[in-house]
Design a protein around this ligand. Structure first.
Ligand SMILES: Cc1ncc(COP(=O)(O)O)c(C=O)c1O
Length: 492
């Protein structure tokens, strides 16, 4: 089983230490983590496609070391000596995360694709994750010690992402399921977990509270009661935070979450009184202004409404302003993460701080933000080989991915992606662009991405390149035909 990523956190070792250790001739992961993980009692990660041990700092360009693979079968993972090239790729039923010792994508991408010409890959740049984490630590946290950043795990739950964010000080996590909670607990055992799915089963609440989760969201008085009746052990209710989800306008968002979630203001006021005065838990309010919400003003308006509702309820101890910060999907998008963080931060100071202060007497006050998409999307490039090109009256391109794997949001939410192309030799196409129908790889005609402008010199073996592919694409993929999601190659 895979344990590698956990021990550097627990043992405060830098990744360089890990790499050096891996380069020191270890041939077996147990030898590499030898006793350290075992002694620390860190459980094995059970998401088999996760976790990285090491690459080599000295590997020549185009070489990479295989460090992890799927272990459903229980076989031992390998840590190969530095610079050893892994060919062929691990068997198809083994999804691997590979860590490459490079800083820039272009330093290795062609060698890599040439070695695996028919596969789709996601290239995750951890440097970009760190950049986002640092913006949050510099522009959101410092204003007020009560501020917290929780990464919304649903956006991309890979252990390597959770681990990198934790290294950068983003050590709290918004989870929506027991499986997400278990995953976070394994990578960051001491993380503060917010179980924020507004509707949950009684058993999920019991299991989560048994795992020391003390923060829950509800959107009706019945859900509040369900939480209060299922916290385990029951006396922990006085140490539990229950946050009421307020419906706010999602008019400027690509996906309207308020069409499903949130209660009107008067209901939220009732819930806060129930939570605080009858149940005896710590009360709060949460919002979500909708995912890929491009309007800074609408974040501010939602936060103002939250403050007003809190005032009517006699003050609360927790505010959670949700996620929703937009991402640049096409070259014409110019959304600046820092600008949105600052707008939200100012609105918090203007509308929330006074309503938070000492109103309900709790010592534990918190103002949380929980972005998902904006933290991970831009860190990943997805590169997909073209399997066939048909010219004639109905020009068509078939690529090695599709609606059922990385592009479910295209079908469900009509999400549009920016499709760039690259020739198989790594050069740009020169031809004029024309309309092709872009088809996915399954036997279902629903696996159609529609008409896309692509260069007329596009050929089988060339690539479609999708930037900003880190959010919700991997987490939504399904296994139709037993096709696997693209493997993750991790660098920087
Ligand atoms: C409660 C909650 N918090 C945070 C997020 C993350 O939102 P985003 O990815 O738009 O930042 C979501 C997304 O659905 C959510 O439901």
């Amino acid at each position: 089983m895979i344990r590698s990523l956990l021990w550097p956190i627990k043992n405060k070792m830098s990744e360089r230490d890990v790499l050096e250790k891996a380069g020191g001739g270890f041939s077996d992961i147990d030898e590499l983590i030898g006793g350290t993980a075992a002694k620390s009692g860190i459980p094995d990660a059970d998401r088999p496609d996760e976790d990285i041990v090491a690459g080599s700092q000295n590997a020549p360009s185009g070489f990479y070391t295989r460090t992890q693979e799927r272990h459903d079968s229980g076989e031992m993972p390998l840590v190969l000596p530095p610079g050893q090239l892994v060919r062929p790729w691990p068997p198809e039923d083994q999804r691997a995360d590979i860590l490459l010792p490079y800083k820039r994508l272009r330093d290795f991408v062609m060698d890599f694709l040439n070695a695996h010409p028919d596969e789709s890959f996601c290239f995750l740049d951890r440097g970009k994750l760190r950049e986002k984490a640092r913006i949050l630590s510099r522009h959101f946290i410092p204003d007020d010690p009560r501020r917290k950043v929780a990464y919304a795990v649903k956006a991309n739950p890979r252990n390597s992402i959770i681990h990198t964010l934790a290294e950068e000080g983003i050590g709290d996590f918004d989870c929506a399921s027991i499986e997400e909670i278990k995953r976070v607990r394994k990578v960051c055992p001491d993380a503060w977990i917010l179980f924020n799915n507004p509707v949950k089963s009684a058993s999920a609440i019991r299991v989560a509270s048994g795992m020391n989760v003390r923060h829950y969201t509800a959107q009706t008085p019945l859900e509040v009661q369900k939480i209060s009746q299922n916290i385990w052990p029951p006396e922990e209710i006085s140490n539990t935070e229950i946050v009421s989800r307020l419906k706010t306008s999602n008019d400027f968002a690509a996906i309207d979450l308020s069409s499903k979630f949130g209660a009107p203001p008067e209901e939220v006021v009732r819930m806060i009184r129930l939570i605080r005065d009858r149940i005896g838990a710590t009360a709060g309010i949460s919002i979500h202004a909708g995912t890929q919400n491009v309007s800074g003003q609408s974040f501010a308006d939602a936060i103002r409404l939250m403050g007003e509702v809190a005032e009517r309820a006699g003050g609360v101890d927790i505010f959670n302003v949700g996620g929703g910060i937009p991402v640049n999907y096409s070259s014409s998008d110019k959304y600046d993460f820092k600008d949105y963080v600052e707008v939200i931060s100012r609105a918090i100071n203007t509308y929330l701080v006074d309503v938070l202060k000492g109103r309900s007497g709790s010592k534990e006050q918190m103002i949380a933000i929980e972005p998902g998409r904006a933290i991970v999307a831009e860190a990943v490039d997805l590169i997909i080989p073209i399997m066939a090109v048909e010219e004639g009256d109905n020009p068509a391109v078939y690529f090695n991915d599709g609606i059922y794997t990385s592009f479910i949001d295209h079908a469900v939410h009509k999400w549009t992606y920016n499709f760039e192309t690259m020739r198989k030799d790594g050069l740009p196409h020169r031809g004029r662009k024309k309309l092709y129908t872009l088809f996915g790889r399954t036997c279902d005609s629903g696996d159609t991405l529609g008409e896309v402008m692509l260069p007329e010199d596009i050929r089988e073996g060339d690539y479609i390149w999708v930037s900003s592919a880190g959010a919700y694409m991997d987490s939504l993929a399904n296994p139709f035909h037993d096709f696997k999601p693209p493997k993750y190659i991790i660098y920087n």
